[in-house]
Design a protein around this ligand. Structure first.
Ligand code: 3EB
Length: 323
């Protein structure tokens, strides 16, 4: 049996009413606080980012295996035999670095203790991501604190690190981290067009510990992907060109995922996307590039969020299942 037996991903419409079954749900993310309450045992990551298009949806992770819910310290989770979905939401009572380090320590303690030590994908949302305080941009503070927690738990800082994304959220919202972890290792994938983020030169601050994509059984997680070639942002101020470059990077990741797994299994047709738009006025231009490229049937959720480099106007993440 495949280790990730039947992990499935869906954007479920709230308008369609409550799904008949919640007993196969591992976890849920909501955006902009949308949605009616769910059965209490389901971990829900409440992400505070306005929805620009694709509203009234939740991101729902399901599995074919029986599930069990629980809480480890402040990490709410649900797990199957193979997989664990978890989320943690912390206010910045003692500042962002302290909250980040605490959140990551809790995540690592939970996955270690529960026996799902391999983090395949982590989503990070923090308010005022581009604001500088104490002489350091908050995204860089986050990176430094994430690194400290990785070091404290003797985790790798390069190589087989999780796929990830890090986005801005509404002012005053908590730090929200949610993740999928596995009993068995995922395979990290890098983008041949880009310097690995963990090898970025020092001008970008503390090195971010994430991979460009990861493969977990049948599932491909594509990290937050932007208009970066080598280590530099390209097409400054040109949202159309940034969108196209981002698509080129996603295509490169698909090829690389197929090469690494020795197959032809992953294709753009099977991907579902989340698109983060810095300036909401850019939505029509971004859409005009994405709709013809992705096809009208592709599930796409457009969110209004700041991106972790001031000069990036759009970032796209994706998840796909092998054919
Ligand atoms: C980049 O490619 C854009 O810090 O976890 C993308 C994905 C980005 C994940 C993270 C940051 C992160 O450098 C930013």
């Amino acid at each position: 049996m495949a280790l990730e037996a039947g992990l499935q991903f869906d954007y479920v419409s709230l308008a369609a009413g409550t799904p008949a079954r919640w007993d196969d749900v591992l976890g849920v993310a909501t955006f902009d606080g949308g949605g009616t309450p769910l059965p209490g045992a389901i971990p829900v990551a409440h992400v505070h980012t306005p929805v620009l298009l694709g509203s009234n949806v939740r991101e729902v992770w399901r599995t074919a295996q029986p599930v069990e819910s629980g809480q480890f310290s402040q990490v709410k989770y649900r797990r199957s035999d193979d997989l664990l979905f978890g989320c943690v939401s912390l206010t910045e009572a003692s500042g962002l670095p302290a909250a980040t380090e605490a959140a990551y320590r809790e995540v690592f303690a939970a996955v270690n203790e529960l026996g799902y030590p391999h983090l395949a994908r982590i989503w990070n949302y923090l308010p005022q991501i581009n604001v500088e305080t104490d002489g350091l941009e908050r995204y860089r503070q986050f990176n430094s604190a994430r690194r400290n927690a990785l070091i404290a738990y003797r985790r790798e800082l390069t190589g087989n690190v999780p796929a990830a994304c890090a986005l801005g959220s509404a002012p005053g919202s908590p730090l929200v981290v949610y993740f999928l972890a596995s009993r068995k290792a995922a395979t990290a994938v890098e983008n041949p067009r880009q310097v690995s983020a963990y090898d970025y030169p020092p001008q970008y601050g503390p090195k971010p510990a994430f991979s460009r994509a990861s493969i977990l059984g049948d599932i491909l997680f594509i990290s937050g992907t932007a208009s970066i070639v080598g280590h530099e942002t390209v097409h400054l101020g040109d949202v159309v060109a940034q969108t196209r470059e981002t698509l080129t990077n996603i295509e490169a990741l698909l090829s690389e995922a197929n090469r690494v797994s020795g197959t032809d299994r992953f294709s753009a047709q099977t991907l579902a996307y989340k698109v983060y738009v810095r300036n909401s006025a850019d939505l029509p231009l971004i859409q005009s590039q994405l709709e013809p490229a992705l096809g009208s049937k592709a599930p796409v959720l457009y969110l209004h969020a700041d991106i972790c480099r001031q000069d990036l106007l759009v970032e796209i993440e994706a998840v796909g299942r092998a054919n």
